[in-house]
Write a protein that binds this ligand. Structure first.
Ligand SMILES: Cc1cc2nc3c(=O)[nH]c(=O)nc-3n(C[C@H](O)[C@H](O)[C@H](O)COP(=O)(O)OP(=O)(O)OC[C@H]3O[C@@H](n4cnc5c(N)ncnc54)[C@H](O)[C@@H]3O)c2cc1C
Length: 401
């Protein structure tokens, strides 16, 4: 296996995380996945306390906020280690969308917003969600939306219809993207506003059933209606009209987190695939791994995972160097490429396991169903491919719009 060198401090954290997951999570059949999230919550809370005691809490957060202060290039490796379990990121308080919301509040929140929302989020005392996509509009073009926030005295009055608000069930607040100036240019029309979920007019219509399960708590995606939801003017995040600028900043590091989490999933699926190939007998003494088709899948998966990791780590370095907008094409490239690797590796691992592969005894079926969304959320493949192709064609003097 070829892999980029992990910086020394991150390597130590990664090793401790692997040990923790092996000892407490991967060996526990109750914790194979988030299907019964609410039922296993007491167990998860105990494990979260253990993570804190071990000094491994929220590695991406600055130390002043109770984290380990790892920069993006180091946290990327941690995200991979956590991805080995579908519950890893939650246990270490690095789960989407809270991680993105914490980053937004850290960079753009006022001191009051940070005390009120970031502090309990960083401590893991509350959860949050991010409400942008609307069922009536193509989420691929996020500037196209109908939710409005209108100032009335010292309050924003919010009206709108959102869906796929991940983890809204049980969240303490939503960061809502709403149009605050309909007359401004497309990228300056919207703002992010904090809406506590106990605000009158905030209605969680349903947890949307996905691939046969509506999920619950952190492991869910909700449809939400905002009807004359009134929140203080001070709940606006950043300058008026900066919603898309903030979203763009949020998405760069967010895609590194996702891609490295997917690589962690790939590694676990790969381990399971190899273990099965090395132990399953087709006939006495004739192992599955002796078949060339299986060997092809192992070889192809190994190289695809290793290559994907190099791309993501290099992209994280580019973001550190030139920022998210300077690394836009690279970010788009890893987003669609790694989502494809994830889908292929998990599919091969399932096939190698035969019927066992689609049971819930292993995490493979969960990933197969619930990570299908990887090719859609944070921008579908096709949109990211357009970004990469446009960037390439520019070198040939063509500006494709
Ligand atoms: C698991 C999951 C979690 C999510 N979590 C959140 C969340 O927490 N908060 C939130 O606000 N949203 C969330 N979303 C929504 C997500 O951001 C949108 O689904 C995504 O932006 C795509 O929008 P859409 O579903 O409206 O698809 P559409 O925009 O309707 O696109 C449909 C399809 O059209 C094709 N297409 C689109 N644009 C182009 C193009 N330019 N060229 C060629 N083909 C194109 C693609 O194949 C695409 O899949 C989540 C989605 C999923 C699946």
């Amino acid at each position: 296996m070829l892999r980029p060198q992990i910086p020394e401090r991150a390597a130590a954290v990664v090793e401790r995380i692997r040990d923790f997951l092996d000892a407490h999570v991967l060996s526990d059949p109750d914790l194979s996945g988030p299907e019964r999230f609410r039922e296993i919550l007491p167990k998860l809370q105990k494990l979260r306390a253990k993570v804190r005691e071990a000094g491994l809490w929220a590695p991406f957060l600055p130390e002043a906020w109770g984290g380990l202060g790892l920069p993006l290039t180091e946290f990327a490796h941690v995200s991979e280690a956590l991805g080995r379990s579908p519950l890893g990121h939650y246990l270490f308080n690095c789960q989407a969308p809270d991680v993105g919301n914490m980053e937004v509040l850290l960079e753009f929140g006022t001191p009051e917003q940070q005390q009120r929302w970031l502090k309990p989020l960083a401590a893991g005392d509350i959860r949050s969600c991010f409400s942008m996509t609307e069922p009536e509009f193509a989420g691929s073009n996020p500037v196209h939306m109908a939710t409005t926030a209108v100032l009335d005295g010292d309050e924003w009055v919010i009206n709108g219809h959102k869906w796929f608000t991940t983890a809204a069930d049980g969240a303490a607040f939503a960061i809502v993207m709403a149009i605050t100036d309909p007359d401004a240019g497309p990228y300056d029309r919207a703002s992010m506003i904090v809406v506590p979920t106990d605000t009158p007019g905030f209605e969680l219509v349903r947890n949307i059933s996905i691939m046969g399960t509506p999920g619950a708590d952190h492991a869910s995606h909700a449809e939400i209606r905002y009807t004359n939801c009134r929140v203080p003017r001070a709940n606006l995040i950043g300058p008026l009209g900066s919603g898309f600028t903030i979203a763009q900043k949020r998405l760069g590091p967010g895609r590194i987190h996702h891609c490295m989490r997917w690589i962690g999933i790939c590694e676990r699926a790969f381990e399971l695939m190899c273990e099965r190939a090395a132990t399953r007998e087709l006939a006495p003494g004739r192992l599955l791994g002796t078949r060339q088709t299986i060997q092809n899948w192992i070889a192809e998966s190994r190289v695809e995972i290793d290559a994907a990791r190099y791309l993501v780590v290099e992209t994280a370095r580019r973001i550190d160097e030139v920022g998210s907008s300077g690394a836009r094409a690279e970010i788009s490239a890893i987003k669609f490429h790694v989502a494809g690797v994830l889908q292929r590796v998990v599919d091969r691992a399932i096939q190698v396991h035969g019927a066992l592969g689609i049971t819930d005894d292993l995490p493979l079926a969960w990933w197969y169903a619930h990570e299908r969304g990887a090719r859609i959320y944070d921008g579908p493949d096709e949109v990211h491919k357009t970004v990469v192709a446009r960037n390439e064609l520019k070198r040939y003097g063509v500006d494709v719009r």
